[in-house]
Design a binder for this molecule. Structure first.
Ligand SMILES: Cc1cc2nc3c(=O)[nH]c(=O)nc-3n(C[C@H](O)[C@H](O)[C@H](O)COP(=O)(O)OP(=O)(O)OC[C@H]3O[C@@H](n4cnc5c(N)ncnc54)[C@H](O)[C@@H]3O)c2cc1C
Length: 301
């Protein structure tokens, strides 16, 4: 179960007692407030709070441009202009705070994003729940043969069963030992901060994660990308949908210029120009490495 009964009671109470506000409200985000969206087998994401909407971005940008904004007078055009020209500070005027429940190995990737404020569940203070991430069959895959940092063929039959059994057994045995080591039930045992040492990286942790929209976009650009590991991507893709509901104009610009767009090196620009002029350009004549050329052809054919 992703939420404890206490957390659910808190949510029900908060939703049952709405308060009027003079602050900007994004209707799309109000629908997400406090709602726990399930992710993976025991994980969740819920929006705890947010500040600002599309108009907050525009408002901040108009402070810097003043009368000069006449040329890009509509909000959508201005937001697209800001995104296109990497004028990022207006996006920092919007903030969001998530409650995330995630496996520890996903948390290790996530925490590398330093431009956020994080407060994590304390396993020194509290006893962790017996909740472990066990991949669904379609995500149980062998090492990729072409990508050292990725997975390839999905396991089937006896091999899938064998690794699933190992994962489950190890998780349960480690947790049994963790419980067996805790200073409780009259035994001296170990402090929580020490007993947790033997727990595997697929155990779940929880945190509050607060960031601004500019840094959220940076996170989503990297973690909703096909190169990101599936497990963190599952969170990022859900956060994309939430963000689209929160700031639809800014998200559409992000989707267009960052998620769907591509960057070209100077050599890439040159190769493209030569191709458009009718020349047959190869990896050898492009000046690009094999890897670069593969990526170039991946986008441009
Ligand atoms: C597909 C993928 C594979 C990865 N593989 C590995 C790996 O094998 N090993 C590994 O260690 N990491 C790996 N990472 C993590 C990656 O190197 C980054 O640490 C992570 O994505 C966070 O990015 P960031 O630093 O831009 O984000 P943030 O920490 O949120 O920073 C945002 C931006 O702020 C600026 N900034 C923040 N802090 C500083 C600082 N101290 N100095 C200067 N500028 C700063 C930078 O411009 C940065 O881009 C991987 C990430 C991805 C997406």
């Amino acid at each position: 179960m992703p939420l404890t009964p206490e957390q659910q009671a808190e949510i029900d109470d908060a939703r049952a007692n709405p308060r009027p506000t003079l602050r900007a409200v994004a209707e799309g985000m109000e629908r997400h407030l406090y709602v726990a969206h399930p992710v993976l087998d025991h994980g969740l994401i819920r929006v705890i709070d947010y500040m600002g909407d599309d108009s907050a971005i525009v408002q901040a940008a108009r402070v810097s441009y003043g009368r000069g904004t006449k040329a890009v007078s509509n909000d959508e055009g201005l937001i697209r202009y800001l995104m296109r020209h990497w004028h990022s500070t207006p996006f920092e005027m919007c903030e969001v705070k998530f409650h995330v429940k995630l496996p520890v190995f996903v948390a290790r990737q996530w925490i590398r994003h330093r431009t956020a404020n994080v407060n994590e569940y304390s396993a020194r203070y509290s006893i962790l729940d017996r909740e472990f991430y066990i991949p669904a069959p379609e995500h149980l895959a062998a090492q990729s043969k072409v990508n050292n940092q990725g997975r390839g063929e999905v396991l089937a039959g006896a091999e899938a069963q064998r690794v699933l059994d190992l994962l489950r057994e190890d998780s349960m045995r480690s947790y049994d030992h963790y419980e067996g080591m805790l200073s409780q039930d009259g035994q001296q045992g170990l402090a929580r901060e020490l007993a947790r040492m033997n727990l595997p990286a697929n155990i779940y942790t929880q945190w509050y994660w607060k960031t601004d929209l500019h840094n959220l976009f940076h996170f989503l650009r990297l973690r909703a990308d096909a190169h990101a590991q599936y497990e963190i991507r599952a969170y990022a893709e859900l956060m994309c949908r939430i963000t689209a509901d929160w700031v639809p104009l800014a998200y559409a610009a992000f989707e267009d210029y960052r998620l769907g767009g591509t960057a070209l090196s100077a050599r890439g620009v040159e190769a493209l120009k030569r191709r458009l002029a009718g020349e047959t350009v190869t990896q050898e004549t492009s000046g690009m490495s094999k890897g670069e050329w593969r990526e170039f052809e991946g986008v441009w054919g």
